[in-house]
Design a protein around this ligand. Sequence first.
Ligand code: AHR
Length: 506
Amino acid sequence: MASFTRIPDDQTPSIIVHPDHEIAKINDNIYGGFTEHMGRCIYGGIYDPGNPLSDEDGFRKDVIEAMKDLNVPVVRYPGGNFVATYHWLDGVGPKEKRPKRPELAWLGIEPNSFGTDEFMKWCKVVGTEPYLCLNFGTGTLDEALAWLEYCNSTQDTYYANLRRQNGHEEPYNVKYWALGNECWGPWQVAQQTQQDYAKQAYQWAKALKLLDPTITLILCGETGYSSWDHYVLKECVKWDVHGLSGDSTKSLIDMHSIHIYTASATHLANATAPRAAERAIQMASALIDLARIENGVPETVPKQTVCFDEWNVWDPVRAPGEKGAEESYTLSDALAVSVFLNGFVRQAKDVGMANIAQSVNVISPLMTSTEGVLKQTTWWPLLLFSKYMRGHSVAVNVRCPEYTGVTDPKWVRATIETPFLDVCAAKMEDGWVGLAVTNVSEEKDFEVRIDGVKEGKVDVYVVGGENVSVVNKKGDEKVRIEESSWDGKGLFKFAKHSFTLLRWKH
Ligand code: AHR
């Protein structure tokens, strides 16, 4: 949570942090990832058998190290649009027997040499939790139940035994399951109407929870502010009064998924566009409240959280999905990523998970080549957030001038402020306070008074660059973290077009 006070350009800006005013726990899962069978994300990204950089399972060791550095808590799989024609049984068992299939989301051929068991193993090596998305396109409920049984069951039943037969005695205990992906989208194989989707999602939820009541089910929303979101929440967020999930104090639906990609040709519109994502979280949260009110869900049923399971900067014209969506990210994009993350921390109360789309090669901060990995500009704010912005979101107020030009989307201007200094603050369990400040201005450094900072040693991490268009290239990674320290006295200068993280022990 952060509040903003707009001041004229000629006044001195200030920030007030209240480390003891905890607003909400930040769910670690906001630093989640996403790996889809798309472009070079799986094949040539996390899985590259035969490459000297890969281990005996074919997993790229440099990618694993990068994921560990990011401390990614949860990874969504296997799509994305890909999942709408994915049959999970194609991807288990002896590799030589797995069928190759035409792939209709990105128009490739799916070899199925990487599937459920490989993904589970990769998650274990990385130290992350799997999050699986169910096929709502060509998939059936039987198939979804079979996948859940394969992954989680300890009983002496067919699919649990198939897992054992495939060499995996212990269940994977997959907690997070999504009820489809972007089922509303015209590009989707077997696109659904909101009525058809809501009916199917609720019935599938019931069956899935009868099989395993411990799972967390994620409803397929749209942007968080559409009539689709409104309708499917109203139809599915109900009190599980009959105890179908085994517990009448719960709802069958635990989270609501939303997706937003932003991008704009001009820097300030680009860097402030993720304010739309923050407003979307607020609107989705309000629609969840509305559904609960209208359906009489008692307060003893925990509120459904927003699962922002695809977010990033992406211009699909610049980097088309069918061509692998390999975006080359500028410093402006890195600032946009930091504004997304600031928003997730500020709205921590409502965000149960967020997954940058995607983790490797496809619209990703991490790019592989046969020789190694490149960290794009967007990697660095993500790394700083994931390392230092956990714990609790704490109260902060920023007084500074506001960007008043064009926004993208346009409605940002009408619904939420766009301060030049975009700020959030967090206090970690060990008492370290992090103050994240994105100066989106292309022209102006801001000298800022900071109340609430502890005098002494403040660690300073800055991600900046010569201009907003700079990109990182192999052997020439211009945008990275510059580290220094500050004594916490006087004014602190936030350089133009930069992201700064200040840290001190409270
Ligand atoms: O992340 C790339 C694609 O964007 C996903 O497959 C889809 O869900 C979204 O449209």
